[in-house]
Design a protein around this ligand. Structure first.
Ligand code: FAD
Length: 423
């Protein structure tokens, strides 16, 4: 029987929420500390980061949820998804005609799922809310941690949602047996952990910025079915490859598409070159043919609203493969979003972490002196050995997939067309 421990999770995003679910279903006392207010409260100010409205959920993430000890979780989650069975490449023929080319992901028809990130997060929070051994602490920002004494400090903003001005802050101190850092790309847990262990840390910015658009649903008074609302195929991840640029669209279960433009930083110089924005539709028609018809009013206003250009570190993607040395372990790793695996890999981290913790806890049960702390230490050693390589691999794949999506898909299509011409 595993001894009851106080497990503190920092960050109530999708990954922190799943980690809390795993910890709580093992009978531990779980406390979740979240910088922002409750996501389910409409007055909570979302992070900039959460601008990405929907994302691709794959088997990696689903499998982690399947093992969370909540049989209905998968059904609930899947019910709010749209299967994307392949990618749809958009382009223009030499004669100016628009074309679409569907490329299936799997010969057996298996699909990745488009899901609303906020909806998934809320579902996980709802389940946690019903568990008697889970306590939420919203508007609590981790400001310090001592991993020798197992103490942590938080800045608490009472009574208001995070981000509001004029709120009074106080500090609290807590203790814990085990802290899980799920506080995102700029993890404060990782920052404090680095003071207690010899931990290599690497961060690379890539020269890409992103911003989001929406394709609105079609109005059709004679047919109010969901399928009639989509302006382009709902069962594909749409890509307009622009070689140096890329525009993508992912379906949502209300008939809209969330679109993301990825472009190098020099794009902002181009935006500034004509403050009227008159050159932007031409740019879109050249690189992303057909998009301006899908996003009325034309994307000029949205793009112009991004000016002046953000300072170098805002809106940029980070890749920070980590290496782990010493007594404490850190699983936090951010990655570029081009492989659609950031959240999926984070959810998988949780499954693997708890598999290994369980294994060492069982081995500890068989010893005379039960010592959950040293069993956990051995588990974290193993976790680091197993997971660091995985984190590096998925980061590399994600970076490679950016080239694949914005350029290589074109050469594939081109090769395919050539082959057809030769038949
Ligand atoms: P987050 O969602 O960042 O949550 C971290 C939480 O910690 C936040 O709620 C924050 O408020 C809180 N926090 C931060 N600091 C503190 C502190 N000091 N104290 C307390 N709390 C704190 N992933 C996919 O799997 N598929 C995709 O298709 C995909 N597409 C993407 C597209 C874009 C454009 C981007 C930017 C990302 C995409 N991702 C995708 C990645 C995905 O969004 C992230 O991997 C995912 O949100 C990570 O979840 P998380 O719970 O680890 O962190």
């Amino acid at each position: 029987m595993v001894k009851k421990q106080k497990i503190v999770v920092i960050g109530a995003g999708p990954v922190g929420s799943l980690a809390a679910l795993y910890a709580a279903s093992r009978g531990n006392d779980v406390e979740i500390y979240e910088l922002r207010g409750d996501l389910r409260d409409p007055s909570t100010t979302p992070l900039n980061f959460t601008k990405s409205i929907n994302l691709a959920l794959s088997e990696r993430g689903l499998n982690a949820m399947r093992h969370a000890g909540q049989p209905k979780l998968i059904d609930h989650v899947k019910a709010a998804t749209i299967p994307m069975r392949g990618r749809m490449i958009h382009g223009k023929k030499p004669n100016g005609q628009l074309y679409e080319e569907a490329q299936d992901y799997d010969i057996h028809g298996r699909a990745i799922l488009a899901i609303d990130r906020g909806g998934l997060n809320k579902r996980l929070l709802d389940i946690l809310e019903e568990m008697p051994n889970v306590t939420f602490f919203f508007n609590h920002k981790l400001t310090g941690a001592d991993f020798n004494k197992n103490k942590a400090w938080f800045e608490v903003k009472d009574g208001t949602s995070s981000g509001e001005k004029g709120q009074r802050a106080r500090e609290i101190e807590i203790d814990f047996n085990f802290m899980i850092g799920a506080d995102g790309a700029h993890s404060a847990v990782r920052y404090h952990l680095m003071k207690y262990t010899r931990m290599d840390y690497e961060q690379q910015y890539i020269d890409t910025l992103w911003c989001e658009f929406q394709i609105q649903p079609k109005e059709n008074p004679e047919d109010d079915s969901l399928m009639s609302k989509f302006r382009i195929s709902p069962n594909h991840l749409h890509i307009w490859p622009g070689k140096k640029f890329m525009f993508i669209a992912i379906p949502s279960d209300d008939g809209t598409f969330t679109c993301t433009l990825f472009a190098p930083a020099e794009f902002y110089t181009f935006l500034e070159s004509d403050p009227s924005g008159a050159h932007i539709p031409d740019f879109f028609d050249t690189y992303f043919p057909g998009v301006t018809d899908l996003i009325p009013p034309r994307p000029i206003d949205l793009l112009l609203s991004l000016q002046p250009p953000p300072p170098p570190h805002q809106h940029q993607m980070q890749a920070l493969p980590l290496q782990f040395l010493g007594r404490y372990r850190d699983a936090a790793h951010a990655m570029v979003p081009f492989y659609g695996q950031g959240m999926n890999a984070g959810l998988e981290d949780v499954r693997i972490l708890f598999d290994i913790l369980d294994k060492h806890a069982r081995m500890d049960e068989e010893t005379v002196d039960h010592d959950p702390a040293s069993a956990r230490e051995r588990a974290l050693d193993e976790y680091s050995r197993v997971r660091v390589q995985d984190a590096h691999a998925i980061n590399d794949l994600a970076l490679q997939n950016y080239v694949e999506m914005r350029a290589s898909v074109l050469s594939l299509s081109y090769r395919f067309r050539k082959w057809l011409e030769e038949q």
